[in-house]
Design a protein around this ligand. Sequence first.
Ligand code: F6R
Ligand code: MG
Ligand code: MG
Length: 366
Amino acid sequence: MKVTISVIKADVGSIGGHIRPSEALLNKVKKVIADKAKGLLIDHYISYTGDDIAILCTHKRGVLDEKVHKMAYDAFLAGTEVAKKQGLYGAGQDLLKDSFSGNIKGMGPAVAEMEIEERPNEPFLFFAADKTDPGAYNLPVYLSFADPMYNAGLILAPSQEKGFRFTVMDVEYVDADRVVDINTPEEMYDLAALLRDQERFVVESVYSRKNNDQAASVSTTRLHNIAGTYTGKDDPIMLIRTQGNFPATGEILSTFTIGHYVAGFMRGSHHGPLMPVKLNSSISYFDGPPVVSCAAFCIRNGILSEAVDAFDHPYWDWVRGQVSQKAQEIRRQGFFGPAMLPFSELEYGGIVEKLKRIDKKFKVKK
Ligand code: F6R
Ligand code: MG
Ligand code: MG
C-alpha cells in the first residue's frame, strides 16, 4: 500500500522567550488537526521540540498536497491566535506570508515528506531540531548512509552493498530548487566536498541504490532567504526509514553521539554542539544549546504506533553531559573566532551597521 508520511513544523509562539510553546497553544493545534483529520488523514501525532510544534501525519494524498498543507497552515494560524491572546513571544513568527497559495513550502514552516510503498513492517524515525538549520543533518546523514565506521551495515548487510544516492540542494539559490544527485560509495569525495559547507549545501533526500526506495527526507527551508531578514533559525525536521535495506535505527542514532558543532544557538548567530534530547524538551542555556529529538515509529496501513523516545536512555544522559562540556568550551570564547558565525551568516544586522559606520573612518597609510 502507498502511504505518505508528512511532517510540517513551525514556531508560532513560545513562553518566556524561545523556550517552548504553551499547553493552550499545543491544545489548539491538536484540536484543529483532530477536527480536520476526518476524511483527509489516516493518522497524526503532534509534538514540540524547543519552541517548534511539529504535525506528523500519514495519508494517501502524496507529497506537496494542497489540502494537507492547508490543514497544517490553518492549525498554525489558529495556534497563532492563542499565542497572541496569551502574549506569547514570537506569535506567528514562522508564518511569513499571510495567504496560503497551494503548498506551505517556501512560506516559513518546515516540511519533510515521503510517499512510500509501505513494507509489511515499516519502522521510521522522526527527527526535530531547534536553534539550528538544515545543514545540521549533513554530518549524521553522511555518516549513517555512507560511512561504515558508523553504519556497519554498509559492509555487513548485502542489502546495502550498492550504497545510497544523495540529493543535495544548494540552499543559497532562491529562485527554485537547485539540486544534484551524488552516488555513494563512488562519489564519496564529491559528497564530502559539498556537505562540509553546511550553510550552502544541504542533504534533501536519500535513496537506496538497491531498489530506488526513498530512505530519508530533510526539510530545506531557509527562513533567512524567504524573509530577506532574520525571523528565527530554520529548525529542521527529518524523516528516515530504517532496517532491512536501510541502516538500522541504532546505526543512525549512533551518529548523534558526536554532538557536532552546528550553526544556530543564541540569535541564530553562533556555533554550538547539537545535543540529542528527549521528546518535548525545552530550550535553555544561551537560547540553546541546539537540540535534536527523535521519535521512533512503526506504521501499518498508515496507522502509527505510539511514539518511542529514541534519546530517552541512560546512554544519552552521558552524551548530554559530554555535549554540555562542548557547549561550554566554545561559549568560553564568547564572540571570538568560530564561536560566532561568519559575517554572511549573522542573523542580526548590528555588526553590518557597525562596520559600515567604522568603514568611513578607515585611512590607507601612505
Ligand atoms: C534563536 C532565537 C533567539 C533570539 C533571541 C533574541 O533562534 O530565536 O536566540 O534570537 O532570544 O530575540 P529577540 O531579538 O526577539 O529579542
Ligand atoms: Mg523561536
Ligand atoms: Mg525554533
